[in-house]
Design a protein around this ligand. Structure first.
Ligand code: ARG
Length: 452
């Protein structure tokens, strides 16, 4: 606590403006701590009950909006304790026995983050489900697959969407893994060295749903690697969303015209009424930026911090809250938006230039026994000849082909997107049956997660 009376200093040092959102976790942690103190005979059972009841009242006051936050209280811990004093008197002074704000804030953050990760994973599951729904709705729509944003080889639109399902599924696994490291009880570490009372940390862990106790008090009060880790998980997830958002932006442009985004997710322009701006996708794309910034912020706050607690750590909260809020909001609207997509299969096919079958020409020759490099050279020559003479591959005659290799037979004239896609019948490939199986596997995974 700072003795200075200056309002400027108070505001600078305080965190109440942003850490008040931790009140629920702060109070739950305090109630478990008070009960433990009572059970262990460190404070009287009566005081423990009085404290727990008082804390419940404080929580109700905050939830009903009756609670008056006093800016002279430095943080949520002080604000709750000050109110508890007013409600129950001197017994309130016993709550902080065997505890410090250092292990208290580490506890609050871990409890908060645990809940956020649960919420985020639920929202992410819905977004993943929306990608699979698109694959189901358009199981056989063909499009150009791109590399370098150049038409490369034919793929199924469903295959393209399921690529995002894979990315988002890895994001989910990362969050689940992060949650394991979050769910470790720091309370009982005291200010930094542990506490000189016969506390029962296992009891508190059970009460609050923690899987493990922190093994080192100095580490427990001073590391925030779990915050950095979560911010990284959030940043990667937002990066994936930004890729999808970018595709939605240009797919919905007049030039591409592949998709139509639902009305609720685009905006018109007051002076250019023909426009359907994909604002939501653009914002989702942009908001990845702030999560990268938040990750950089927390890493920089932690860099070179000597053990153990330092007030620097108070700066962990805003980047954490902002990433959690941004990710949740983005996931929610993106899933909704995806469900409004209308795919224009004809347009997707119309824009395809059949030069993207050039690889299939090379593969054709390989099947006739040529080494791939030779076959590739011939296929390149055929493609160049076609484009030089202003023809598409389908307009080439048998004579045109034969000029480049005697290995071409009539069936070369049957090259098509359908055949190209069907030929890629390997695990992870874009053949119809493979994509159908991948869609089914994705659905089953989502269902099993829903039951788990
Ligand atoms: N508001 C502080 C924070 O967020 C709580 C811990 C304060 N501890 C201290 N020794 N001043 O880190």
């Amino acid at each position: 606590m700072l003795e200075s009376k200056s309002r400027g200093v108070q505001d600078y040092v305080g965190s109440l403006q942003f850490d008040r959102r931790l009140y629920r976790h702060d109070i739950a942690g305090s109630i478990a701590h008070a009960r433990m103190l009572g059970r262990q005979g460190i404070i009287s059972e009566d005081d423990a009950v009085r404290i727990a009841k008082g804390l419940e009242s404080v929580r109700r006051e905050i939830e009903s909006g009756d609670f008056v936050f006093d800016p002279s209280d430095e943080d949520i811990h002080m604000a709750v304790e000050a109110r508890l004093f007013k409600l129950i008197g001197q017994a309130a002074g016993k709550l902080h026995t065997g505890r410090s704000r250092n292990d208290q804030i580490a506890l609050d953050l871990r409890m908060y983050l645990r809940d956020e990760i649960t919420d985020i994973r639920r929202l992410l599951r819905d977004l993943r489900s929306a990608t699979v729904e698109l694959a189901e709705r358009y199981p056989a729509v063909m499009m150009a697959g791109y590399t370098h944003l150049q038409q490369a080889q034919p793929v199924l639109f469903a295959h393209h969407m399921l690529a995002y399902f894979e990315m988002f599924t890895r994001d989910d696994a990362r969050l689940a893994d992060c949650a394991r490291r979050v769910n470790v009880l720091p309370l009982g570490s005291g200010a930094l060295a542990g506490v000189p009372y016969p506390i029962d940390r296992e009891y508190v862990a059970r009460e609050l749903g923690f899987d493990e106790l922190s093994a080192n008090s100095m580490d427990a009060v001073s590391d925030r690697d779990f915050v950095a880790e979560f911010n990284f998980c959030g940043a990667i997830l937002m990066m994936h969303i930004s890729r999808l958002a970018e595709e939605l932006v240009f797919w919905s442009s007049t030039e591409f015209g592949f998709i139509r985004i639902g009305d609720g997710f685009t905006t018109g322009s007051s002076i250019m009424p023909q426009k359907r701006n994909p604002d939501l996708a653009e914002l989702a794309r942009a908001k990845s930026g702030r999560t990268y910034g938040n990750l950089m912020t927390i890493l920089t706050v932690l860099k070179a911090l000597p053990l153990s607690y330092n007030r620097d750590l108070q700066e962990d909260k805003e980047p954490l809250f902002d990433t959690a809020d941004t990710v949740k909001a983005t996931l929610g609207v993106c899933a909704e938006m995806l469900r409004t997509l209308e795919v224009d299969a004809t347009r997707m096919r119309d824009v395809v230039r059949d030069y993207l079958l050039a690889t299939d020409i090379a593969d054709y020759l390989v099947h006739k026994g040529l080494p791939f490099r030779t076959a590739h050279g011939i296929s390149a020559a055929v493609s160049h000849h076609a484009s030089d003479t202003g023809k598409s591959l389908s307009e080439l005659s048998m004579d045109d082909y034969r000029r480049f290799s005697p290995h071409f037979d009539d069936d070369i004239l049957q090259l098509s997107m359908e055949r190209s896609i069907a030929a890629r019948d390997v695990p992870g490939g874009t053949a119809l049956n493979r994509v159908a199986a991948a869609t089914k596997a994705a659905q089953e995974l989502l269902i099993s997660e829903g039951q788990g």
